[in-house]
Design a protein around this ligand. Structure first.
Ligand SMILES: [Zn+2]
Length: 461
């Protein structure tokens, strides 16, 4: 099962300047179904793709898409339950919702009224929590009601009225309507534990919406989230099974976003130009959303190596009692550098992006240090966090050095990265070597130990 949202980060590194990839952007495909039941399912799944769309005007597109589908579906009420059942087996663009639907009794779903009259609502004043991701809030208690917004699992809502199948809520002073089945009076457990877990001083804003599978999508209400261009993918939370430290590390396998080079995002949150040149030139106001990365001399792609590295580091950290948010947990994640960073900001206590540089002389490992350019260091959120980034970077290089990894020069290189430009937690892009460096399993194990040692040194436990 996959999740829903997306995140992205732009890593403009000199190192990863590597080769370009001529891939075209992919957009999430909508569901193709006709059953009435499926229409209802779409209350949480369909049009929502809009939010995750990489297209500029997601809401209108998606809304139209979803609405027209809804109408089409309603007009085909002859559709049998059997077909509906088949539909639940159809691949969905949004597996999390799909699973929610599969777990539902289709007959029960069919019993939800398409719409109810306003007079049917009984006034109440309660608190409710959303139990699925991308649940629609509509202006009227009707499937054809205009969509106001969509909310994710764990979102707290003020309930003002109830009717058969529909719940009236107040959002930002406006009245809206939600399918009652997606509202619970109790806070979803995953959300509770996620909020309670990280107690480390570095980060007090952990309010991630995590579903039962651990999937974390980009919450568009998070700071800077609306500056990301690719955010339909999701990160994944893994919890340590023993000796938990209450510290969550975002492990970001660099690159691996198909179509990432065809989109651009602001280099800095305030729209100011880059202070150093790397993948994106000095002075660039916009940067590539996610670059494709380099290819090792032996033909391995950097993205493949960083994923392997991320998996090894995840295991090492979990064994030591850290929880891990895998920003990319497979070959591709539709999250750009900003989305990746924002997810890390809101779920983790530190963010480690894994890379190898594009030079070819096996020069050793180093971290990308915040440039000394005064204007850059004065810009938020860099101003408030660059010291943390440098401290974490030094600790990671120290950990690598401790296990015998070759270190480049002084262990750092100044670079203005999208990642650090948007990070509000200790955040580092670490370059573990370059095109000519060994990346065998044994080396990756050693690197994982060194990095975990560095994390331990940084947090002091
Ligand atoms: Zn890279």
């Amino acid at each position: 099962m996959v999740a829903l949202a997306l995140v992205a980060t732009v890593v403009a590194t000199t190192g990863c300047a590597g080769k370009k990839e001529s891939s075209s952007a992919t957009t999430s495909s909508a569901v193709t179904t006709t059953a009435e039941e499926t229409t209802k399912k779409q209350e949480v799944s369909t049009a929502e793709t809009a939010a995750s769309d990489t297209v500029q005007s997601p809401s209108s597109d998606a809304a139209q898409n979803g609405e027209s589908k809804g109408k089409e579906a309603t007009s085909q009420q002859e559709t049998t339950k059997q077909q509906a059942a088949n539909d639940t087996n159809t691949a969905d663009a949004e597996p999390v919702q799909e699973e929610a639907a599969v777990n539902e009794d289709v007959e029960v779903l069919a019993d939800i009224p398409d719409e109810v009259p306003l007079a049917a609502f009984t006034k109440t004043a309660e608190t409710g929590y959303v139990t699925a991701n991308r649940v629609n809030i509509r202006q009227q208690p009707s499937l054809s009601g205009k969509k106001m917004s969509s909310v994710n699992v764990g979102t707290k809502l003020r309930i003002t009225g109830k009717a058969d199948g529909w719940t009236q809520v107040e959002v930002n002073g406006k009245t809206g309507y939600v399918f009652a089945k997606y509202i619970s009076s109790t806070q979803p457990q995953q959300t509770q534990s996620q909020q309670a877990a990280p107690q480390n001083a570095q980060n007090t804003q952990n309010t991630a919406k995590v579903n039962a599978q651990g999937d974390i999508g980009l919450d568009m209400s998070w700071k800077y989230a609306n500056q990301s261009a690719i955010h339909s993918g999701s990160a994944k939370l893994y919890k340590a099974s023993a000796n938990r430290k209450g510290i969550t590390i975002a492990v970001n396998a660099g690159h691996g976003t198909k179509g990432g080079e065809s989109k651009k995002t602001l280099s800095h949150p305030d729209g100011s130009p880059k202070s150093t040149g790397g993948t994106n030139g000095k002075g660039a106001v916009k940067s590539i959303a996610v670059s494709s990365g380099m290819t090792f001399n032996d033909g391995t792609t950097e993205a493949a190596a960083t994923l392997k590295m991320a998996q090894a580091l995840k295991t090492e950290l979990l064994n030591r009692g850290y929880d891990v948010v895998m920003i990319r947990d497979g070959a591709d994640v539709q999250l750009d550098n900003i989305a990746r960073t924002v997810i890390a900001n809101n779920t983790s206590n530190a963010h480690i992006a894994l890379h190898w540089d594009s030079t070819g002389n096996d020069k050793g490992a180093f971290y990308m240090k915040v440039p000394s350019t005064p204007s850059y260091k004065a810009m938020e959120p860099v101003a408030s966090h660059w010291k943390q980034h440098d401290a974490l970077g030094s600790a990671l290089v120290g950990g690598l050095k401790g296990v015998g990894v070759k270190i480049f020069s002084g262990g750092s290189m100044e670079m203005d990265l999208t990642q650090t430009s948007y990070s509000t937690i200790p955040s580092v892009d670490i370059e573990l070597g370059d095109k000519a460096s060994d990346h065998s399993d044994a080396t990756i194990q050693k690197l994982a130990k060194g990095l975990a040692d560095g994390v331990g040194a940084y947090f002091g436990k």
